[in-house]
Design a binder for this molecule. Structure first.
Ligand code: DGJ
Length: 534
């Protein structure tokens, strides 16, 4: 069993933030947020992520106005939500956009990254101390404002420092200063960490370049030198901001990542120096004031999605997903994050767009919202049972009809609903009109005791078959053999919810025909509790 680092807390207790991030410019004032509150309600959210813009809060150098924070706090509280603030400072998607005009308009003072071709990019240079100092003052002022305004309720549970930092458009800064750094010695504290960590991507790049103990960036890291140097610089820059911010007011701080490194893409096509998997170790070694490095996962493919979860779920870095798709495959894949990768929080991006003009869920977002509502029901169970192999993701991959779960003492045979499945007699949900009308199944099966399970999501049914021996092998053949046997057990099946103290509250009971052929789960049900009796 691995101990999960529960970074987010409310009233001193672990808290699982689940919800949505508003569109980029919805944080300017309260009226912009009207649609967002509706979408958050439709998702069953408990937390909202909203940006705070450097350009708004420091319109003139040194003159801060954090009145917008009153609005954000008021809005979140009125809607019973916790709030994560996203600091749009030096970097927003590897660019300069949300910096104040007095920064943008003075490139001599606030130096830009210079491209390989020699022209300035719309990106502030992390080499430039003036940039760092200006951002440090602004973020510290934000933290002071939070300390002053969020005194009692502690609505703000975390601050994301910057947004998808890195250099969009170049692997590194090619200015004279940065080029001198590039050809100067790699800091010995980095070189020694790299040598100590075989198996990491940085170590592999170092090996491939000749595994020298000391030398310049290209000498130690070959073709990756520009990106690695940038990662080192940005990691220090952001950690410096976080250190200063936390010295004013302590809340968890996070960094989010534009995952652009798949396929054949080059650093700079995604923000170079951001904490992509290749350089994640550099960040983990040198950002002690950052609590989590979090991937923005938009991958539509199941394998790609799981690859990213795998890369960011580490003993020193629990998986936290601050952005994901508001439509499509995320409705299913999010259960991989919650079940298989022990995610400690999960958000969809641009939630206003989940609703149509009338305020109803758009058809393409309705499944995502249903998945979020199902996940919300499971939060007390996630907090208690993740990390122990007891939370199982149900995800219907394309063309799949069933899934086997290796449970403690049981094999769970999960059969997805399709138009050909006979619905059990007595079960109330109407049969789907057509194959197309069937959403692909997804959800969670959580084992809380030797014979006790909670199920959520849909549409699927689970047959629990006792293992002939505790270490019985889980093969489709073994499961088929078990399924062919008479059902030896009886199920007690209830629907209900867990209250604020985690106590089970049953509202419906199922028996007789309704439990023949397995335990059905769909999005109409709340949590389904199953106890297998003898
Ligand atoms: C990731 C960024 O972090 C967000 O601010 C937003 O730009 C989305 N991409 C858009 O998909």
């Amino acid at each position: 069993m691995s101990e999960i680092k529960r970074v987010f807390q409310v009233d001193g207790k672990p808290f699982f933030p689940l919800g949505g991030q508003v569109h980029n410019s919805s944080g300017y004032n309260l009226s912009e947020l009207e649609t967002a509150w509706k979408a958050l309600e439709a998702m069953g959210a408990n937390t909202v992520e909203i940006p705070v813009y450097w350009c708004q809060v420091e319109p003139e150098e040194g003159q801060f106005d954090f009145s917008v924070l009153d609005d954000l706090l008021q809005g979140a509280r009125q809607h019973g939500l916790k709030l994560m603030l996203l600091w749009f400072g030096t970097w927003k998607n590897g660019q300069i956009e949300y910096t104040p005009n007095w920064v943008k308009g003075n490139p001599e003072r606030f130096r830009r990254v210079i491209s390989a071709a020699g022209y300035p990019l719309g990106v502030l240079s992390s080499e430039c101390r003036t940039n760092f100092e200006a951002d440090r003052r602004a973020l510290s002022a934000l933290m002071r404002a939070i300390r002053e305004k969020d005194t009692e309720e502690k609505t703000i549970i975390a601050v994301q420092v910057e947004n998808e930092p890195g250099i969009l458009g170049s692997d590194r800064d090619y200015s004279a200063e940065a080029t001198a750094t590039f050809h100067g010695p790699v800091p010995p504290e980095l070189a020694s960490q790299v040598a100590l960590h075989p198996g990491t991507p940085v170590h592999q790049a170092w090996q491939a370049a000749g595994a020298r103990e000391a030398g310049s960036w290209p000498e130690l890291f070959g073709p990756h030198a520009g990106e690695f140097m940038t990662a080192w610089q940005i990691a220090h820059y952001i950690d410096g901001l976080a250190a200063a911010g936390k010295a004013v007011y302590r809340v968890p701080m996070t960094i989010n990542v534009w995952l652009g490194e798949g396929g054949r893409r080059l650093a700079g096509e995604y923000p170079s120096g951001g904490a992509v998997a290749k350089v994640l170790d550099i960040y983990k070694w040198f950002t002690p004031h950052i609590d989590i490095i979090a991937p923005d996962i938009y991958s539509a493919s199941s394998a790609g999605y799981r690859f990213e979860c795998e890369a960011y779920r580490r003993p020193d870095n629990p998986l936290f997903v601050p952005e994901s798709g508001r439509a499509g495959s995320n409705a299913r894949h999010m259960f991989y994050a919650l079940g298989q990768y022990d995610a400690i929080g999960y958000f969809a991006f641009g939630i206003e767009s989940m609703l149509d003009q009338e305020g109803n869920l758009r058809p393409e977002s309705a499944p995502v919202a249903a998945s979020f509502r199902a996940a919300r029901l499971a939060i007390p169970l996630l907090l208690e049972h993740q990390g122990a192999g007891r939370v199982h993701a149900i995800v219907q991959e394309e063309h799949a009809a069933e899934q086997y779960l290796d449970l403690d003492g049981y094999i769970g045979v999960v059969r997805y609903l399709d138009a050909d499945t006979p619905y059990p007699r007595g079960y109330l949900t109407p049969r789907p009109a057509s194959r197309e009308a069937v959403e692909r199944a997804r959800g969670l099966v959580i084992q809380v005791g030797p014979h006790e399970f909670y199920l959520v999501g849909g549409p699927f049914r689970v047959l629990f078959k006792r293992k002939p021996a505790p270490d019985a092998e889980l093969t489709p053949q073994a499961a088929a053999r078990l399924l062919a046997e008479e059902l030896p057990d009886f199920y007690m099946v209830e629907e209900g919810y867990l209250d604020e103290d985690g106590a089970w509250r049953a509202r419906h009971w199922r028996n007789g025909d309704e439990v023949t052929g397995g335990v059905w789960v769909d999005f109409r049900s709340e949590l389904v509790r199953v106890v297998i009796t003898h």
